[in-house]
Ligand binder design. Sequence first.
Ligand code: UDP
Length: 245
Amino acid sequence: MHTNSKLIYEGKAKQIFAINDPNQVLIKFKDDATAFNAAKKAKFKGKGILNCSISTNIFEYLMANGIPTHFIRRDGDSSIIAQKINIIPIEVVLRNTAYGSICKQTNLIPGTKLKKPLIDFYFKNDILNDPLLTRERIKLMEILKDEDLNFIEQLTYKINTILKDFFLNIELDLIDFKLEFGLNKNNEIILGDEFSPDNCRLWDMKTQNVNIKSLDKDRFRNDLGDLIEAYTEINKRIDHFMSSP
Ligand code: UDP
């Protein structure tokens, strides 16, 4: 950990520290897990390190494929250094397969493959319980201009194309994921937050057994057990893929 680090924000799964460079922050991945807007909480020893490792690899891969992100470098086991950004209070969810909340709000059967990817926007606001947004509501609240929302949407589709193929290589089916974007010091929209099994769904294509195919936070949400084992397996497959010639 850097000297002079001052905690500036504590989230459910990460802490953000100010460091000497005012345009950068240190982000530490915690072992804490929450679900259902923190109604359910637990600690998983080693989750912070695993998510830091997974997210580092994914962000490096995305950047190598032309996606602008806040990531600068890994800093020790469970932290990264990133550009300081102003987070846009919208959670961008992309779905390839229907699962989770969409199945409670529509008549789609869990596991239905969507004909094309669907993007849902949610208001990042714990007090309001992160409600589903419409484009018109985003405009009404003056969170983003239409052109910026379009840019974020296009970037999200591109990220999906890159990552769906990436995960296919290691026999993981990318069901859905959540992204957060922010504005850096040059007012550019870049990808922030993290990409880990805490905020995506990954199903093991090596099995059809519903009790073991979820290798993501559903192991905690749905009391399936073996969360660390699942995250370790993802980390291992990514490491193996990234280090093979
Ligand atoms: N997600 C997230 N943070 C949230 C809500 C959802 O990271 O506050 C992720 C979740 O892990 C999943 C995707 O977004 O990969 C879609 O989640 P969904 O809307 O189905 O909600 P959930 O089933 O988590 O209630």
